[in-house]
Design a protein around this ligand. Structure first.
Ligand code: ADP
Length: 443
């Protein structure tokens, strides 16, 4: 039996005993009974006051445990019933605390995932009010200010198509997707809105997923342009071969001089096609990383001297001065010799092509802040400033170059080779003064 019930029983039994003793005496019969009753009432009042105080203390303790100090636990001492109650409350509080911390860990995990996603995720209710928006969505839609839950979707984007996708999916209760061009942000996005119900009501809200398609579309455009440029470049020599063959067929074949001339033209067009195909294949190999670099340590001086040697006869023929200007402290460099030689060949042959007799071409090499730089500078015709940003693009040729032989792929290949070595390539030029193409390599 518990302490409280025992005490109650002792009090009542004592009171009854007093009543019996008192009741046994004829003289004090009535008085004794009254005294016993008063004693019993006093005991009950005393005990109930004590119990009331203990319950009040326990209640305050429970309030403190559940609301003020969550780490506080009830003291499981005192009367047995109260101690049991305290232990039960402590167990309940522990369980709730575990559930809450599990739930908040899950929330943090979800928030981290949403924050690190490259795709934009926005939850919008049927009134167009944002319930949540991750940073990628703000960046993709290029929202001006910080987006807070409770704001209208129109504060995140004013683009009507984005808002239309969300509205349509909520009204039709179906997933709606659309490819949208955001001109002001210069990007293309795929917006997919999926309706889903609120757990506590019949109202529908939408999960808007935004994917940046700019790179994919850019790649598509580049591919289309490449195919169209390559076809165009191949068609030119092909047309030349056809014209020469037809002229020979029409009778020129009987004229030894004419035959020689048209056969030479056919040969030149075939060479042009051959070079174009070889350069396209090289570019494709470089872009796909199919043929890895064969890196070897080589003396920078000998690298430049090998390149210069190949052009010394051409320079004399074209009445150009071909010089080298290499600093003494040039170290050995870690490069794919064949490929870096290809870069020098392209730059020097361009310099020869765009210089006039009397001009100077200088191949330089120097070290700047631990980085090895090479450059090919000419005092030739120079490049118009509006062409400079496009100079490394595939098939790019200046207006003056269109009538000249050349595929327009040389500089694109050179830059890819330098990129693959982890280097940088740049150009400076001034019309009438000349150009300088520079690149870095690792040591
Ligand atoms: P191409 O096969 O036509 O030479 P490149 O990619 O090597 O192709 O060069 C692209 C264009 O850049 C050339 O057609 C030419 O218009 C311009 N260019 C390149 N190098 C020079 C230079 N040193 N001086 C002037 N223009 C140049």
């Amino acid at each position: 039996m518990s302490n409280v019930s025992l005490r109650w029983r002792m009090l009542v039994e004592t009171s009854l005993l007093v009543a019996l003793v008192a009741g046994g005496s004829l003289t004090f019969g009535v008085i004794g009974t009254i005294l016993a009753a008063i004693l019993a009432i006093i005991s009950v009042v005393f005990l109930s006051k004590r119990l009331h105080r203990q319950f009040t203390e326990l209640t305050e303790d429970v309030i403190r445990t559940t609301s003020i100090d969550r780490s506080h636990r009830l003291d499981p001492t005192g009367p047995a019933e109260l101690a049991r109650l305290a232990r039960a409350v402590n167990r309940l509080v522990d369980r709730v605390a575990d559930d809450v911390s599990e739930e908040s860990a899950e929330r943090v995990r979800l928030a981290l995932i949403l924050d690190s996603m490259r795709d934009g995720v926005v939850v919008v209710d049927d009134q167009g009010v944002i319930e949540s928006a991750n940073p990628a969505s703000v960046e993709l839609l290029s929202s001006l200010g910080a987006v807070q839950p409770g704001m209208q979707l129109s504060s995140l984007t004013s683009h009507p198509d984005v808002i239309k996708v969300v509205t349509k999916s909520i009204v039709s209760n179906k997933t709606v997707t659309a490819e949208i061009e955001l001109f002001e942000n210069q990007c293309t996005i795929m917006a997919m809105s999926t309706p889903f119900p609120r757990p506590d009501s019949d109202l529908t809200r939408a999960l808007l997923l935004l994917t940046d398609l700019t790179d994919v579309r850019q790649l598509d455009t580049t591919r289309r342009e490449f195919v169209s440029n390559a076809s165009h470049e191949l068609r030119t020599p092909l047309a030349g071969i056809r014209a020469s063959a037809e002229t020979l067929q029409r009778g020129a074949i009987g004229d030894p001089e004419g035959r020689e001339q048209f056969l030479r033209m056919i040969r030149e067009d075939v060479d042009r096609m051959d070079q174009l195909i070889a350069e396209m294949l090289e570019l494709s190999r470089l872009e796909s990383g199919e043929s890895p670099l064969d890196l070897k340590l080589i003396d920078a001086h000998s690298l430049v001297e090998t390149a210069i040697k190949q052009f010394s006869a051409i320079a004399i023929d074209s009445e150009l001065k071909l010089e080298e200007n290499l600093s003494e402290d040039l170290p050995t460099v870690l490069v794919d010799t064949k490929r870096i030689d290809h870069v020098f060949t392209n730059l020097i042959s361009n310099a020869v092509k765009w210089s006039v007799p009397g001009d100077t071409i200088t191949v330089k090499g120097w070290v700047d802040d631990g980085t090895v730089w090479f450059s090919v500078a000419d005092t030739g015709l120079g490049i118009e400033p509006e062409h400079l940003p496009h100079i490394f693009e595939r098939f790019f040729k200046t207006d003056a170059a269109r009538s000249q032989p050349g595929t327009g792929l040389g500089l694109a290949i050179a830059r890819h080779i330098v990129d693959a070595h982890g280097g940088l390539m740049s150009v400076t030029s001034s019309v009438g003064e000349g150009s300088e193409f520079a690149f870095t390599v690792t040591t």
